[in-house]
Structures are given as C-alpha cells and as structure tokens.
Ligand binder design. Structure first.
Ligand code: SPV
Ligand code: MG
Length: 577
C-alpha cells in the first residue's frame, strides 16, 4: 500500500460533482483491486498540442461488478456479497485520491439499497450507479441471456429511498437504463429516464451492447429534450465497451458527461498473465517471460516499498549509530614517547588523540562510542565511552579487535581507526549516507607520493574516471573494485582513511562474510599470508568478490593520520590554526 494518495472521505466525495459542474467530460477507468486502482489513479501520458505540453489522466475510478467478480473467479450475477464488494472498494480507496463511481448492480430491494448508499457515502465514494433489472441480475454484455427488467415505478421508488438516506449533498445516485440491453424499444428507455429523473436521480446511464453507437447517440439526443422539458440538468453516462470506435470527443459532442472504460485493466491483465503462464510452460524456465513482466522494483515503487526502505534508512541514520574504535595494538613508532601508554593517549595540542576523536564524534551527534583496548589498557583514560578488551591483541590484526565489539554491530555501526583526525563535515556527511557499506576515501592520494615506510590502504574505484575532471559525484555511483595495502599506488584512485559506516544490512553482510571465511578457509587469504592475520581490508575485498556493493564517500584532504612525529606537529599546527 502506498500512503502517497491518502485522502479523507469528505475531501474525495465531492470531487465528481465538482468536475461535472466545471463542465468537464469525466474520463473513468475500471479498477478491481488496490494495484489496478493505483494504475487507474496515476496513469498519465504527456503530449504536445500547439506547442503546449498536455498531460492526460483519468478523472475517476469505476469499481465494476464484472471485474470485481471476475478477479475473484466468479460470474457477474450478484453472487459476490456487498461486504466483499465493500472490501474491494475500501482497498482501492486506501491507495487512491480520485473520485470513485461504484457499480451497485441492482442495488437489491429498497431497504438493502439504503444501507448500500449509507456505507458508500461514508467511505468517500462519489456516486453509485444502479441498473433497472431484477435481482439477481445477469451481466449485460453477453448475447442470448435472459434480462429481466424491473418495473420502472418500483425502481423509481428505490431511487427515492436511496436519496432519502444520504447525508451529504455531494453523493450521487445514477440510474442505469437497461432497456436497450433487454431488447426493448427506445421509447421504453426514454420513458424510464423521465420517471427516474422525476424521482430525483442525479444522472442517467444508458447502456448498450451494440457494435454501433447509433442507439446511444439517438438516446442522448432525445435525453436533451427530456431534460429541457423537465427543466433539469443531469449528467449522462455511457460505457463504450462494444461500440469502441467512437471517441471521447464525439461522445462529448453528443452530450455525454461521463465515459467509463469499464473492464479494460482486468482484461489486459488476464491476457498478459495467460501469455506468461504459457511461456513458462514452453520454456521450463523464466528468462523468456521477463519481457512480459515489469521489473520487481517497479512494483516495489508503485506500492510504496521503496518509500518504506527510505524511511527505514532515515530512522537508522537518526538513531544513534554506535562507533567502534579498535585501538588495541602497540605502536612501535611512538614507543618511547608513550612509555607504556596506548597510542590513543598520545598528546596533541594539550589533549589526547582519543579526546580529539571523541570531540569530533560528539560534534556529529555520535555519543555511543566503544573503544577496544589491548596494549597499555591500564593507562587508558577517557570519559563517557565504553571500553572493551582484546587480550589477544598481539596475535591477529586490527580486525580481531574490531570483532571484540561484534555485539555492538547488529543495527549498523561506524568503524574509526584510532589514529586519525578529521574535520567535522566528513562525519556528518557519512552519517547521512544511504548505502549499506560506505568507506571514506580520499582522492588526494593521486597527487602525492606515499611517505616512506607508511603502509596505506588503497582503493581502486570501479567506475574509473579522470581525477582531474572534478564534478559532482554521488556516493550511490561510487563503488570500490579493489582495496588493500598491496595495490600499486600508481593505479590506486583513492586512499581509505580508516573510517567506514555499515547500515544494519551492511553489518549483517560484513559479519556473515567474516564468519563464513573463518569457518571455511585456512592459509593465505586475500592479501594476508594467513587467515589468522585477516585484515579489515581483506574482508572488505572478500565482500566485493562475493558481489556485495561496497561504496565509498569521496573526500579531498581534510583529515590526518598520526603515524609519526611529523604528523603530530602537523596536527598541532592545524589545531592552533
Ligand atoms: C461492469 O463493469 O460491471 C458493468 C458494465 O456493469 S457491463 O459489464 O458492460 O455491464
Ligand atoms: Mg456491473
């Protein structure tokens, strides 16, 4: 169900009357369930007329007894109960905002009809059309079927009873004359029209199953005379199913105000479904039916599933995403300065590296921070964050430390290397990303040589482009083809800065891949000489190889990694600036 077209009954009901009062010829299309209702409500063609753009749509929806019954596998003989019809009617009303005209069949007896009017009006239906046949009626289109007409006086009284119970002035009761269907003369039809108009009906539908429009055109001409005599102005309705050469313009010129295409969505769906079923049988696989089918995603879009996905993603982003900082390893470069303390405690500009990170995270509303400690854990000091321990920090890679916080990952998470500092905008942009796995990737790597002895995580972008051609790029089209520290810097397009965001789905994919790799592989794996040394980038590469989309968010500088004393000086300089 899509919530796009929701409308209150009181806002919909009067729309049909308004269209008619505006002098519009109302174009109506049949619907038999929610999905066909959405199509009738939203189908649109755009064209050009005298240099002006013209948009054409249907104005209203016909809830047909023929197609409602047929879609339930039943004949159109009033065997589908009114409650079932009302269920379909409400299903369509829930996903549309255009006026609805309900095919009320005979309306039952006068008492039954009163309840029908009351329920339809309350639901927001704009009009009901009842036909002057005896309950239970037979569909009008099949030749050779016995058609029993109701006495016009009895039918006129049913109209009066219906009009007497409606609460609003907007709801319309339209009388459908079946004389021509039952093989009666034109006089009978005209006589009935007069009686029904005198009973207070809001419009007349003249039905015909002739291939030629002649008889309804003759009726329309004489109907104008009746209206004139009675000093009334009541709309005239037709259902051009059999006389289908005539155009809307011609019907309008003949005096018709409402044109109903009464069964075409169901009939076309039936044809397409039958063809699909047979094509599957012929081929014993489904490839050949693909051209006969819309992509699943189009259905998702139509029924609002893509909206749901987007809202879920927004919720996920606005709920506080946990941040995991693996910081267990011992740093050989700063061994002396740190003197038994972990690297996170490195002092930069009067604050620890960790405090700088906590500050940046809190600027992006990220307060759920978990740090994985190992080396020097007793000398780790930080407020307002959780600390977990990786006792085996000397054995594995940073990935092992990250996995200590597995429990934190279930609803998505952000991973941050413990030795990087960055400008605020990077994190806020990352938290807004919609993709399932997003790595932050710097493109300035293309312009400078890596420093000696510094091992960097490189990325090769899937959609190669010239870095010099600066243009707007969307994360959704930035996908990673390759990641790792053994990639030739010359071929790399980006450097992974050590910051990544995983959605709930992304986290599931990440954990599933991790568990599967550990269970099923031994020895060298991706860039690692042994599975026990599996790194974060190895696992991401494995996800890529398994077909998961790994996106990157491109940045240009604005961050620093603290790998040597020069970096500390640089950081101090930028903080004082
Ligand atoms: C319907 O669509 O159910 C109708 C029109 O009543 S017809 O089938 O032509 O009678
Ligand atoms: Mg019908």
């Amino acid at each position: 169900m899509t919530l796009l077209n929701t409308i209150l009954p009181e806002h919909r009901r009067g729309k049909l009357k308004t269209l008619l009062e505006e002098g519009k010829t109302v174009r109506v299309l049949e619907a038999h369930n929610g999905l066909s209702g959405i199509i009738a409500n939203s189908a649109e063609v755009t064209g050009d007329s005298d240099g002006k753009t013209v948009v054409r749509q249907f104005d209203a929806i016909w809830e047909s007894s023929l197609t409602d019954s047929a879609s339930k596998g039943h004949p159109d003989i009033e065997v589908i109960t009114f409650d079932s019809r009302l269920h379909t009617i409400n299903e369509i009303l829930a996903v549309t905002d255009k006026p609805m005209i309900v095919d009320g069949d005979t309306g039952g007896d006068a008492n039954t009809f009163e309840y029908t009017v009351s329920k339809l009006e309350r639901a927001g239906v704009s009009a009901v059309i009842i036909e002057d046949k005896v309950f239970p009626k037979r569909n009008s289109l099949e030749a050779g079927v016995q058609q029993n007409l109701q006495e016009p006086e009895v039918f006129a009284q049913k109209i009066r009873r219906g009009k007497s119970v409606q609460k609003s002035s907007e709801f319309m009761i339209i009388a459908r004359i079946e004389s021509l269907i039952a093989g009666k003369p034109m006089e009978d039809a005209l006589n009935r029209a007069t009686q029904y108009l005198q009973a207070g009906v809001d419009g007349i539908m003249i039905h015909s199953k002739s291939k030629s429009p002649d008889e309804i055109l003759e009726f329309a001409k004489k109907y104008q005379v009746i209206l004139k005599d009675l000093k009334l102005n009541k709309p005239l309705v037709c259902v051009p199913t059999t006389y289908n050469l005539i155009t809307e313009d011609e019907l309008r010129a003949a005096g018709f105000n409402i044109v109903i295409y009464a069964n075409h969505l169901l009939r076309s769906a039936y044809q397409a479904m039958t063809e699909t079923a047979k094509t599957l049988l012929r081929n014993q696989r489904s490839l050949e039916v693909d051209p006969l089918c819309v992509p699943v995603r189009e259905i998702f879009k139509t029924v609002g599933f893509l909206d749901v996905k987007e809202k879920d993603q927004q919720d996920e982003q606005t709920t506080n995403t946990p941040v995991i900082i693996p910081a267990a390893g011992e740093d050989p470069v700063f061994k002396k300065i740190l003197n038994g303390k972990p690297k996170a405690m490195l002092e930069i500009g009067g604050k620890t590296l960790l405090d700088h990170q906590i500050q940046t995270l809190s600027n992006a509303n990220l307060a759920d921070i978990t740090l994985i400690a190992g080396y020097g854990k007793d000398n780790l000091h930080a407020e307002g964050i959780s600390i977990l321990e990786n006792p085996d920090y000397q054995k594995g890679s940073m990935l092992n430390s990250l996995m200590v916080a597995k429990e934190k990952m279930a609803n998505g998470f952000i991973m941050l290397y413990s030795d990087i500092l960055m400008e605020d905008h990077i994190l806020s942009k990352l938290t807004e990303s919609k993709e399932d796995v997003v790595l932050v990737a710097d493109n300035s790597t293309q312009y400078h040589q890596p420093e000696e002895g510094n091992i960097l995580d490189y990325i090769i972008s899937k959609n190669h482009y010239k870095p010099t051609r600066r243009e707007i790029r969307f994360i959704s089209e930035n996908t990673v083809a390759q990641i790792g520290n053994k990639i030739n810097p010359e071929t790399a397009t980006h450097e992974f800065i050590g910051l990544a965001r995983f959605s709930k789905t992304g986290a599931e994919q990440f954990l599933e891949t991790y568990n599967d790799v550990l269970k099923n592989f031994t020895g060298p794996f991706q860039e690692s000489e042994d599975i026990s040394k599996l790194s974060f980038t190895d696992l991401i590469q494995e996800m890529i190889d398994r077909g998961f989309a790994i996106h990157y968010m491109e940045i240009h500088k604005g961050w620093l990694e603290i790998h040597n004393t020069d970096h500390i000086a640089l950081a101090q300089k930028s903080f004082s600036a």
